[in-house]
Design a protein around this ligand. Structure first.
Ligand code: GDP
Ligand code: IMO
Ligand code: MG
Length: 428
């Protein structure tokens, strides 16, 4: 048995969905531990593409148990729509989904507040997905959040909702000058959702600890990425949860002594959606090339992703704060046609050289990347499943990444399908 955490090493969209789906074959439980439906995890099976937002990507394989942990924030409407959408496509969801009764609920006022707050921030806006994630986590920390257990208890729900609406409506109406919410309307809508969700609610911490006792394999599916983590990321241009591996413990109730491996998913280049510093961003033809070839458009919002070279500073920082035991390098095939490929190995800011990622945003925003340049391999790696079949120069690129980050590469992804993968190391 082993328990493996999968986390994104960059700013999200590293290809976690594909890797999770691949490893699910050997997992018994697949568990989301943070974030919400701001995530968009793509899994391609044959010619069919699925984009999972809130339900663990493991749901696409039969006989797997999927868990939405306490660290996740849930929009009941979005969750039910996702369940219905999957059912329509032949993916049954019934006894295979468990939702933590301690997970917090995204309420309509969270989305409204976020929308207005982003508007107010102007050029300082975060560029959120608009899903109400930040305000929901803020309420959780302020200890006024509504949890799944509260939602399914009509009395508790009404009481909490009434108090929360007084405050939220004050902000919406007085500060932002927009319409507030009517207690009875929200209550009726959400108690309707509660009835459909009731059967999924469970003490998932107990469930997972029991599974561990029985020797089951557990896969923790991180959403977002290290540099979107509220503690370790490029704050304030982050999401509001702990996307890093530690979040897998607090977000599920499984202790750190039970985690065996942490697999970092690393894109062979870098992308970012939304605002915030991105030292290796390419605002030129190469950036456009990466966006087109890599189909770099948000799986949740459809926004074009900002693209740039691989950054060894941000990635090795991620390796440290997550404690990566292995890396999965994805989208190698996207680099196939390039004449030259660069790797950022340092930053220069006001005459000073940085060999580690600094915490100051103004350094990250104003620095000049120091690059190492390599000749491209100019040959197709698309779909390759044998390491030996990779061009020498592609092998050298991967070896250099491994050397710079100091973590072994266990998986190389050469396409979006399951079989377009080179497995170098058994993860489970
Ligand atoms: P996630 O949020 O980390 O799960 O990643 P997304 O699903 O948002 O974005 C990754 C995109 O890259 C998806 O469209 C995947 O189908 C695609 N993808 C994943 N791995 C590979 C790969 O090795 N090569 C190519 N070309 N595409 C990939
Ligand atoms: P997956 O799991 C990429 C970004 C948003 C924004 C910031 C805050 O698919 O990798 P939020 O709505 O979370 O408050 O937005 O975080 N963001 C993501 N970027 N992939 C994601 O998820 C993301 N989830 C949030 O674009 O910059
Ligand atoms: Mg994504």
């Amino acid at each position: 048995m082993s328990n493996v955490v999968i986390t994104g090493a960059q700013w999200g969209d590293e290809g976690k969905g594909k890797i999770v789906d691949l490893l699910t074959e050997e997992a018994d439980y697949i568990v989301r531990y943070q974030g919400g439906h701001n995530a968009g995890h793509t899994v391609v099976i044959g010619d069919t593409e699925f984009i999972l937002h809130l339900i663990p990507s493991g749901v696409l394989r039969k006989g797997k148990r999927c868990v939405i942990g306490n660290g996740v924030v849930i929009d009941p409407h979005a969750l039910l729509a996702e369940i219905d959408g999957l059912k329509e496509r032949g993916i049954g969801i019934k006894d295979n989904l468990f939702i933590s009764s301690r997970a917090h609920i995204i309420m309509p006022y969270h989305c409204a507040i976020e929308k207005e707050s982003e508007k107010l921030k102007g050029s300082l806006r975060i560029g959120t997905t608009g899903r109400g994630i930040g305000p929901t986590y803020a309420d959780k920390m302020a200890r006024v959040g509504i949890r799944v257990a509260d939602l399914i208890d009509r009395e508790v729900f009404r009481e909490k909702l009434q108090v929360n609406l007084q405050e939220m409506n004050y902000f919406l109406e007085r500060l932002y000058g927009v319409k507030g919410f009517v207690l009875d309307e929200v209550y009726d809508e959400y108690t309707g959702y509660a009835e459909r969700l009731r059967g999924f609610a469970a003490d998932t911490a107990l469930l997972l600890n029991q599974a561990i006792k029985e020797g089951k394999n557990i896969l923790f599916e991180g959403a977002q990425g290290t540099h979107l983590d509220v503690d370790h990321g490029t704050y304030p241009y982050v999401t509001s949860s702990n996307a890093t591996a530690g979040g897998a413990c607090t977000g599920t109730g499984v202790g750190p002594t039970k985690i065996d491996k942490v697999l970092g998913v690393v894109k062979a280049y870098t992308t970012r959606v939304g605002s915030g510093p991105f030292p290796t961003e390419l605002q030129d033809k190469t950036g456009e090339f990466l966006r087109d070839k890599g189909r770099e458009y948000g799986a949740t919002t459809g926004r074009p992703r900002r693209c740039g070279w691989f950054d060894a500073l941000t990635t090795s920082y991620a390796a440290k704060v997550n404690g990566f035991t292995e890396m999965a390098v994805t989208k190698l095939d996207v680099l196939d046609d390039l004449d030259e490929i660069k790797i950022c190995v340092g930053y220069k800011y006001r005459g000073k050289r940085y060999d580690e990622m600094p915490s100051e945003l103004k350094v990250l925003e104003g620095c000049e990347p120091v690059y190492e340049s390599m000749a491209g391999w100019k040959a197709s790696t698309a779909g390759l499943s044998e390491y030996g079949a990779l061009p020498q120069k592609a092998q050298r690129y991967l070896a250099r990444i491994e050397e710079l980050i100091g973590v072994e590469i266990g998986i190389i992804s050469t396409g979006f399908r399951r079989d377009e993968t080179i497995i170098l190391k058994k993860i489970f």
